[in-house]
Design a protein around this ligand. Structure first.
Ligand code: 5GP
Length: 201
């Protein structure tokens, strides 16, 4: 069970930020840059049944789980939320959230809109941010340029993107990632305003 920040001593407890956006929109790049700029900000490392991509590091990018291990975590109440995205399961570990917020860190969950709806339903004090592409065409171009997905996976991710973008108005803030620097400034200033932390840059 997680206590929302408003149920805690809010000075000692960090704030929770949810960042969603379609695959390829650049949210990973934006979140990595925000983490660099804000030392008291942490990222919740999710568990997933997706196989590691080249360069993925266990415990840094994800905790990679078998289907059985993931089922076990669900049964043991190990997740704050979990969802199936692009045919694989992804979930936020209760242990990650409690540890970071308990240490007074502000925490980012980089999760899909299904996961956001679950967190929102039992935690009122979250700040939710949707990172949107300037257009679907541009998103397709970025996914192709990234070169991590085959054509089938790109078209699956674009279909998911269309559905995810429809959820954007449920978020507190929508940031359009047209210009990376500008989008980063918006993200950092939002976290600085709403979180317990100070920017160093
Ligand atoms: P990827 O396979 O590209 O690493 O991630 C695919 C999508 O899964 C991401 O765009 C992100 O929105 C979503 N995702 C990653 N971790 C979680 C999680 O813990 N929970 C949920 N609901 N979605 C996640």
């Amino acid at each position: 069970m997680i206590l929302a920040p408003n149920q805690q001593n809010s000075k000692a407890r960090g704030s929770l930020f949810i960042v969603s956006g379609p695959s390829g929109v650049g949210k990973g790049t934006l979140v990595a840059a925000a983490l660099k700029a804000l030392p008291n900000l942490a990222l919740s490392v999710s568990a997933t049944t997706r196989p590691p991509r080249p360069g993925d590091v266990e415990g840094v990018d994800y905790y990679f789980k078998t289907e059985e291990e993931f089922d076990q975590l669900i049964q043991n109440g190990g997740f704050v939320e979990w969802a199936e995205v692009h045919g694989r399961r992804y979930g936020t570990l209760t242990s990650e959230v409690n540890k970071a917020l308990g240490e007074g860190k502000d925490l980012i969950l980089e999760i899909d809109p299904q996961g956001f709806m679950q967190v929102k339903s039992h935690m009122s004090e979250v700040v939710s941010i949707f990172i949107a592409p300037p257009s679907l065409e541009e998103l397709k171009r970025r996914l192709k340029q990234r070169g991590t997905e085959d054509d089938q996976s790109i078209s699956q991710r674009l279909k998911t993107a269309e559905i995810e973008i429809q959820a954007k108005d449920s978020y507190n803030v929508v940031i359009i990632n047209d210009d990376l620097e500008k989008a980063l400034q918006e993200l950092v200033s939002l976290i600085t305003q709403k979180g317990n932390i100070q920017a160093t840059t």
